[in-house]
Design a protein around this ligand. Sequence first.
Ligand code: MN
Length: 236
Amino acid sequence: MEYVVEQQEPTTVPVRLDAQAEVSEQTPRFPVHRIYCVGRNYSEHVKEMGGDPKQEPPVFFSKPASACVTFNQDVAYPQATNDLHHEVELVVALKSGGKDIDLESAMDCVYGYAVGIDFTRRDLQAIAKSKGRPWDLAKGFDQSAPISAILPASELAQLGDRQISLKVNDEIRQHASLSEMIWSVPEIISELSKFFELKSGDIIYTGTPSGVAAVSKGDRLCASVEGVGVLNFRIA
Ligand code: MN
């Protein structure tokens, strides 16, 4: 018996080379290698989840690269949950990597930034937490990582205190400044590279501010990071 392995097209994210231009299907694409995520990176969100921001180091987990949803496409309400939560996050795309990257050279790895949603099956996460099980079922499902076009870092002076926000049906659900992140972008890259050899094409969801809540079929989501990107889509 011979098995044929089908080659899958790599997952790619559109690149917004001109900050003014609309992103089209012909836009250059960034090939996604892996998706890493940081948990508990804004103190108000740590508190709303029942934790203590001062005592907990960052939590890392991952999603399959195929979880990305691009070009503002609809997201299907996933199976196996009655409590799908939004988490708006700054996403960092890497052009290079390495192991044990020091803080000083961490930013040299950054290709660009985007805004994304780390969708979470909160009911499955609660079970995983209570039983000490992995988070894969709660985090790593299909279409769990919508993402805007990536803005090259060269087009951005600095992240600074840009505002990150999420509206659901025009109502603000999450809103914070990137300066409220407990672990900065270079700290996240440096810390993550102690566990994985980071590579070109890796993207990192950097954690969500407070205000996470459930979404329903038919909801319209609008996520943004000021000057970086906007993501607009519907739960179908
Ligand atoms: Mn998250």
